[in-house]
Write a protein that binds this ligand. Structure first.
Ligand SMILES: NC(=O)c1ccc[n+]([C@@H]2O[C@H](COP(=O)([O-])OP(=O)(O)OC[C@H]3O[C@@H](n4cnc5c(N)ncnc54)[C@H](O)[C@@H]3O)[C@@H](O)[C@H]2O)c1
Length: 367
């Protein structure tokens, strides 16, 4: 029996997250959802396909003999409507109907695109998430946010559409390169910082095991992180209130990501954004100086940046203000009242952001 967590939507069980170290339970899970003998399209990307698509297809053999594999070229640059159109065409040519199933096998890009295809193809077809990056296992595969980018605007087109199952095979993390792993870890750390001081402490205590990708430690970390994401998305499924806490580190992080032309990874920018937001929390006297420095330095052993070169603070602030999450002219900034205690502030000024950015730009000379 695998471990599982049920995600509720509008106070009713909606889908399960199943945790394992292989794909052995996948067939029976999908059969249990009623897809016996239905067509199944595994949507993956060009990097993940050679690693795991055959194993997933093999695991689905017992459910159906009509299993297809479709791959998207890997990378955020392909998270767009023209690639979605190609997936639609593939489904039409293979006569997929509303009772069939899509399976997203890959990171957040594949998950968001497959979910969006599922939300819109024939006005809605079922889909299952099999996340294979740390970011997608702990964050993007849960909560039903799907979408694509449009002309450089991230996640501008999308839908809330819940998967029927999230199947985590922790072993897939073993093939992830170090920088991708660290980038996903930034979101785990964020979960601890916003909601769970115990997770935060546990991460510190298990630093070596995490960096060595020790399977049982990764399992515990992914499960605990999923529980936090569950609590947040169940309370606020369509991001009207509490779910905004997940944007901790993202207001400035996202703007830095754009300003640096996506040359830094998302999680690396989130780490920088978390440091900046913790700095503002300290300056506004919500946390102590000691807490700020502890939070800042915690990213270092996990190979995440706490300072950045060559950014123009005014440009970053402009980008942060133009982000779609900015509420008219007041930015809803997420700050900390302590480790594990995030809240929404609408009192963060441009001057606050400027001093936080100066801190992370010139951090070495400040020490
Ligand atoms: N829907 C949400 O709630 C939500 C939340 C956070 C982020 N996101 C989205 O997630 C995306 C980022 O996700 P990501 O970081 O997983 O990026 P990604 O999907 O681009 O994956 C990163 C890279 O790792 C490769 N890869 C994936 N799994 C692998 C494995 N097991 N072994 C080796 N290589 C592997 C991929 O091919 C890709 O090159 C962004 O588009 C972001 O907007 C969505």
């Amino acid at each position: 029996m695998s471990d599982r967590i049920t995600i509720n939507y509008e106070n009713k069980p909606c889908y399960d997250i199943v945790f394992g170290y292989d794909f052995n339970e996948l067939g029976s899970e999908i059969e249990g959802l009623g897809f016996k003998d239905r067509k199944i399209a595994i949507v993956t990307d060009s990097n993940v396909k050679p690693l795991y698509a055959d194993s997933v297809a093999e695991a689905l053999k017992s459910v159906s003999d009509k299993v297809f594999i479709y791959d998207i070229p890997a990378g955020e640059a392909n998270k767009n409507l023209s690639q979605i159109e190609k997936i639609y065409k593939f489904l039409i040519e293979n006569h997929f109907d509303r009772h069939d199933l899509l399976v997203a096998l890959g990171g957040g890009v594949v998950g968001d695109m497959t979910g969006f295809t599922a939300a819109t193809y024939l006005r809605g077809i079922a889909y299952v998430q099999i996340p294979t990056t740390l970011l997608s296992q702990t964050d993007s595969s849960i909560g039903g946010k799907t979408g694509v980018d449009l002309e450089g605007y991230k996640n501008m087109v999308g839908a809330f559409y819940m998967p029927r199952l999230v199947y985590m095979n922790i072993s897939t993390l073993s093939s992830l390169d170090g920088r991708q792993f660290a980038s996903g870890f930034a979101e785990v750390m964020k979960h601890g910082l916003i909601k769970d001081a115990n997770l935060y402490t546990w991460l510190l205590e298990n630093m070596y095991e995490i960096n060595d990708k020790e399977p049982e430690t990764l399992m515990e970390m992914v499960m605990n992180s999923c529980k936090i994401k569950k609590a947040v998305v169940e309370k606020d499924p369509t991001e009207k209130g509490d779910r905004a806490l997940l944007n901790f580190g993202h207001t400035l992080g996202h703007a830095i990501e754009k300003h640096k032309n996506f040359e830094l990874f998302h999680g690396e920018c989130v780490a920088l954004g978390c440091v900046a937001a913790a700095f503002i929390s300290w300056k506004k006297e919500f946390i102590s100086m000691e807490e700020y420095y502890e939070i800042r330095d915690m990213f270092v052993p996990f190979n995440l940046p706490i300072s950045v070169e060559d950014i123009d603070a005014d440009e970053v602030i402009k980008l942060a203000k133009s982000d779609k999450k900015a509420d008219s002219d007041r930015i809803r900034f997420i700050l900390l009242k302590g480790i594990g205690k995030a809240f929404i502030s609408t009192d963060v000024t441009e001057a606050d952001m400027k001093s936080a950015l100066d801190e992370i730009i010139y951090i070495e000379s400040n020490d």
